[in-house]
Design a protein around this ligand. Structure first.
Ligand code: M6R
Length: 357
């Protein structure tokens, strides 16, 4: 039930610190370490390449998941949109391992791929919020999100839960492989939960930013580089599905290769800067669009922030920033939709789970 909340989406955004803490608890073993089932990490260790298959928001979580697995566990990962993979299968490595990410566990496009890869005899893990769901039953292994039911069509807490569970998986694989990781995931994740809590208490500020940048706009750009680019793809999806503003998540450096032609007086451009190595170049992209009249808004991480930034995120580990940076993006989308009197929880033309291919 949504209790005192006007919408499930807002309630589910607010639940994210709790979900992160719940995941830490569920995945802590008797030796007080974050672990996943040994059978799963053993099976993945046999693989020379991981293929992540998903749709929509879960696909965006997969993009972040690739970074986590490659950076921590040093296993190559490919991320594929389920509906593309099913009829256009890439050349696979010798020993592939498939990870299906699906909040509902019922997405037909993802299931179609699972049926194909099972027929080829490849092992599969499903990361889902729903125990006993089709994708969970049909895969060899399951990792649960423990996010509680997600009712709003726009996925929020499931995205965070997916990234958190993959972070634990990546960390576990890295430990098993003996990779050199200087990372206390348990501690870093609790910092993340606190940071989300802080941001969720800045709703009024975020609401007024949404009102000023999306007021009457028909389109918007969300730019970032590296891991921030992945989060901005999710930010754009969130905005378009509930507010019907046409939005695009874009790699900052790619704008000048065509898309910058779309920038005109007042076009909203939201930029994300959480990574030191791309902070200045993203800010350079903001200057380029501002010079062409864009209405810009920078969201940065503490330590990298500059005066004039609209939102400063509390500092967390650089690989876990998506868990924090996505919060203002979810809230911006929520308030943009609210101000346009859109049906936030049940946007037009969409269903919570897409059970047709
Ligand atoms: O249940 P799944 O995670 O497999 O669903 C995948 C997409 O349909 C879903 O994430 C969709 O994009 C959401 N409406 C996004 O908010």
């Amino acid at each position: 039930e949504k209790g005192t909340y006007p919408h499930y989406m807002l309630k589910e955004i607010d639940e994210q610190p709790y979900v992160i803490r719940k995941i830490i608890q569920e995945y802590t073993d008797s030796t007080h370490r974050l672990k996943i089932d040994e059978k799963i990490s053993k099976a993945i260790q046999q693989a020379d390449r991981i293929y992540i298959i998903a749709a929509g928001t879960s696909y965006h979580a997969g993009l972040v998941g690739k970074q986590l697995i490659e950076k921590l566990a040093e296993v190559p990962v490919e991320v594929h949109i389920a509906s593309e993979f099913s009829y256009n299968m890439p050349l696979l490595s010798e020993n592939p391992f498939f990870i299906f990410i699906s909040q509902s566990g019922e997405t037909a496009d993802s299931r179609a791929v699972l049926v194909q890869t099972k027929a080829l005899g490849y092992p599969a893990l499903t990361i889902t919020n729903v125990p006993g769901s089709t994708l969970s039953r049909e895969a060899d292994y399951t990792l649960l999100l423990h996010a509680g039911p997600e009712i709003a069509v726009a996925s929020t807490k499931a995205y965070s839960a997916q990234i958190a569970v993959i972070a634990i998986l990546a960390n576990d694989l890295a430990e098993q492989k003996g990779c050199n990781i200087s990372f206390d995931l348990d501690h870093e994740m609790s910092l993340v939960a606190n940071a989300i809590e802080m941001l969720a208490s800045q709703k009024e500020e975020i609401e007024s930013i949404a009102a000023s940048i999306f007021h009457k706009s028909r389109n918007a750009f969300f730019i970032g580089r590296g891991i921030d680019y992945f989060v901005m793809q999710e930010a754009a999806l969130k905005l378009k599905e509930i507010s019907y503003i046409q939005a695009e998540g874009f790699a900052g450096g790619e704008l000048k290769h065509g898309t910058i032609a779309l920038i005109e007086e007042g076009t909203p451009v939201i930029a994300l800067a959480t990574q030191e190595n791309v902070n200045l170049s993203v800010r350079g992209n903001v200057q380029e669009v501002a010079a062409r009249g864009a209405n810009t808004c920078i969201v940065s991480m503490k330590g990298l922030n500059k005066s004039g930034d609209a939102i400063v995120l509390p500092e967390v580990h650089e690989l876990l920033t998506p868990l924090v940076s996505v919060i203002p993006m979810q809230l911006l989308a929520y308030y943009a939709a609210l101000h346009r009197n859109c049906d936030v929880d049940k946007p037009r033309n969409l269903a919570k789970s897409v059970t047709v291919e």
